[in-house]
Write a protein that binds this ligand. Sequence first.
Ligand code: NDP
Length: 434
Amino acid sequence: RKRNPHEVEFHQAVEEVVESVMPWYLDHKEYHREQILERTTEPDRIIIFRVCWETDSGDVRANRAWRVQFNHALGPYKGGLRFHPSVTQSVLKFLGFEQIFKNSLTGLPMGGAKGGSNFNPKGKSSREVMRFCQSMMVELSRHIGEDVDVPAGDIGVGAREISYLFGQYMRLENRWSGVLTGKGQTFGGSAVRTEATGYGCVYFCEHMLNQHGEGIAGKTVAISGSGNVATYAAEKAIEKGAKVLTLSDSDGFIEVKGGLSMEQLQFVKDLKENRRGRISEVADTFAGVTYHADATPWGVACDIAMPCATQNEMDDHDAKTLVNNGVIAVCEGANMPLTNHAAGVLAKNNVLHAPGKASNAGGVAVSGLEQSQNAMRISWDRDEVDTRLQKIMTSIHSRCVEHGEHNGRVNYVTGANIAGFKKVADAMLAYGVV
Ligand code: NDP
């Protein structure tokens, strides 16, 4: 804390990992002696830069951008870019730190990184977003490359932003390379990348339920968010026979007592991806949908909660409400959506809890598959990628069970942290003091 003052999100992420790996870590003197844990909490480097751009009316704006290259023991740096006014160095350090272990869990050769800017794409025209992306890439291009660091999307960075960034990289470098993932499918993007995080989260959730004698069909699910992760988690959950009761955005949530229909979900996707509207519009358009302003979905009784919006969106009070309403599983689509106190409440009440680094790893896994396809200059079809995604989620689940099972019940937080950490630690040991 002294070394990183005021970085509360980063402290929180480190504390969560350290608490769960410590007993196991202390049993392994070789890691201890070489200070592996201390070394993994210090990023390899952080690049900070100014991004100047021009509004449609000719005014000049300046934002700050970062790339946190955290650890490349397992492969080239990999992790998304986030555009949101709440982005700070602390937020990107927590995300980059988590990314190291998440990428390790996928079994693919990827290191951990994260980047982004406090630029707010909301309310900006597409041309303004384009000018921002182009300006950001002028500096970012000096630090990335297909074998060095391969950024992707995150909050506020979807297909449109990735395309602008990629176009500018090609212009600057005068060559085509798989330097970003999440590209359009006509120019090197992978099938199923858009769906991968949400789908993967539901695949993981199903394994977790099956492991404990439950299934997903017929279960009620409360989902937060209405962006990339939330909408595709909802889609897969509905496909598997679950009833999705809620979706949200930063202004409030919608409740659909009978369960969200595919038609309503399609409306939400168009609303958010193309029209960039507010979730309240769903209630204005469909009967049987109620809108709750300034509230989160955690007061709605459900079997499964899937927080898919942002960090710290569920606190201990929300977790207690969910427990009192009989929740059996919380499966994280977002990164660190629970405060550490909320996670404590779930653990105390024996609620199954999948941490994001395991349950939302499907997105980066398919990004890894996109890199492989780009390197081989081939593209796999939807079935091929979806089959590989399912295999990866099954293997992440097995690794959590291997390291987290105790008396027939799995602690997924411990399992994911130890399994993810061990592989990175072994690579760092092998490299010596570097
Ligand atoms: P999107 O930008 O597509 O959607 C984000 C959603 O969360 C929107 O509904 C947004 O509402 C809401 N949201 C964002 N910030 C806040 C906030 N401060 N308070 C309340 N609601 C908020 O992002 P993604 O779906 O891509 O990402 C969601 C989460 O999943 C993030 O934690 C991300 O790091 C994580 N993740 C994403 C992956 C991916 O492949 N995309 C991979 C792994 C993890 P509004 O429209 O009002 O802003």
